[in-house]
Design a binder for this molecule. Structure first.
Ligand code: ADP
Ligand code: MG
Length: 393
């Protein structure tokens, strides 16, 4: 899985050359400006390095899900101002990639341009080689720094990498591959996974892929309720996937003692009636009540297991963390990861909501993956097309 990195390119390959960089600027917008610039900041190491080496930087990204054509709501023009602020330099906007070559050639050394949303052009999502040729003409070499989009074979992530060489991994991409890859390939043991979130269905493949590699999987979130049902326990009005109960049964049978379920839950009659919350053991969930978090005993148990671990991978919150007090379980796991990291463990967080749940703790964890779906597919052991298309190291 080792890929050639931007770091491996000699100075002469960068100086004065046009770097076509696929970034992940799929940022949340509010009233026409960037509501959260995390993804812009995540791309800065690659952009800054290229500028310092005298390259002309041409940025490509998708934004949102426009329906097959230009739509001002999803224009990347809305990102330009925030990018300029972060870079402290002007950013030239290229509204049409097919007419963009002269603009890229006019860029000064160290200059930056941003191309309009890749999904405005037919062919992006079909991995169309004709569109990839249009993109490829905008650069002299290709850098993919969009790990969050690497699980999709699109013209700007896959086809273009075959047309424009060298095709290398940017620093964010490299970091993701190193941490997620090494954690799975050479984990220091004990290796413990924590899985939660709403649905078991989206994460079955992750559980299956991790089971043979890890020493323990701790299960929280609504996902745990489907397992409880599989064990014959009533779970009231909790979020359950009835069509996955059989699967949960099979997983329980084959996982043996590796699968650790909650001992008890924080329950309430409904989310609006959160104030009535109380804790019960998992075999005493009353009719008409729903599980919204793991209880204190489980938090304690999970923390002890996590503090013994040397490698931890976490995906999915332990409860409805958006609605206090049901954030306590998720916060407890976050705290346990920070403490484990303090004791020398490798701690990795992947997943969109999980990353949001550890916002502000990034410096105290080994790695927080920026790629939601991509990091899950990576953990499942799938080959990411945008990664595969890059040159091997
Ligand atoms: P990630 O984005 O990190 O992969 P998911 O999208 O799988 O995580 O799950 C996040 C969602 O799961 C959150 O919105 C959270 O409210 C929900 N969730 C967690 N536990 C429960 C629960 N017990 N009941 C209902 N929803 C839950
Ligand atoms: Mg999510």
């Amino acid at each position: 899985m080792s890929k050639r990195s931007l770091r491996d390119l000699p100075a002469a390959a960068l100086d004065g050359k046009r770097a076509l960089v696929r970034v992940d600027f799929n940022v949340p917008l509010k009233d026409g400006s960037v509501a959260d610039d995390t993804r812009l900041r995540a791309a800065l190491p690659t952009i800054t390095y290229l500028r310092e080496k005298g390259a002309r930087v041409v940025l490509l990204s998708h934004l949102g899900r426009p329906k097959g054509g230009p739509d001002p709501k999803y224009s990347l023009r809305q990102v330009t101002r925030d990018l300029e602020r972060l870079l402290g330099a002007p950013v030239e906007f290229i509204p049409d990639p097919a007419a963009g070559v002269p603009s890229t050639r006019r860029l000064p050394r160290g200059g930056v341009a941003l191309v309009e949303n890749t999904r405005f052009w037919p062919g992006e999502e079909d991995n169309d080689p004709a569109l990839a040729r249009v993109f490829a003409a905008l650069g002299d070499f290709y850098v993919n720094d969009a790990f969050g989009s690497a699980h999709r074979a699109h013209a700007s992530t896959e086809a273009v990498a075959h047309l424009l060489k060298p095709a290398v991994a940017g620093f964010l991409m490299e970091k993701e591959l190193t941490y997620l890859g090494d954690a799975l390939a050479h984990p220091k043991r004990p290796f413990v996974a924590v899985l939660g979130g709403a649905k078991i269905s989206g994460k079955i493949d992750v559980i299956e892929a991790l089971l043979p590699r890890v020493d323990e999987i701790l299960i929280g979130g609504a996902m745990a309720c489907t397992f409880l049902v599989a064990m014959g326990l009533p779970v009231g009005t909790s979020l359950v996937e009835p069509d996955r109960v059989a699967l949960a049964k099979a997983l329980l049978a084959k996982s043996g003692p590796k699968l650790i379920l909650p001992r008890g839950a924080v329950i309430a009659p409904s989310l609006p009636r959160a104030a009535e919350h109380r804790e019960v053991p998992v075999d005493q969930i009353p009719d008409g009540w729903a599980v919204y978090d793991i209880d204190a005993a489980t938090r304690h148990d999970f923390r002890a297991r996590l503090l013994r671990a040397k490698t931890i991978v976490w995906n999915g919150p332990m409860g409805v963390f958006e609605t206090p007090p049901f954030d306590a379980g998720t916060r407890a796991v976050a705290d346990a990861l920070v403490a484990a990291r303090g004791k020398g463990a490798v701690t990795i967080v992947g997943g969109g909501d999980s990353a949001a749940a550890v916002a502000g703790l990034e410096d105290k964890l080994t790695h927080v993956s920026t790629g939601g779906g991509a990091s899950l597919e990576f953990l499942e052991g799938k080959v990411l097309p945008g990664v595969a298309a890059l040159e091997d190291a």
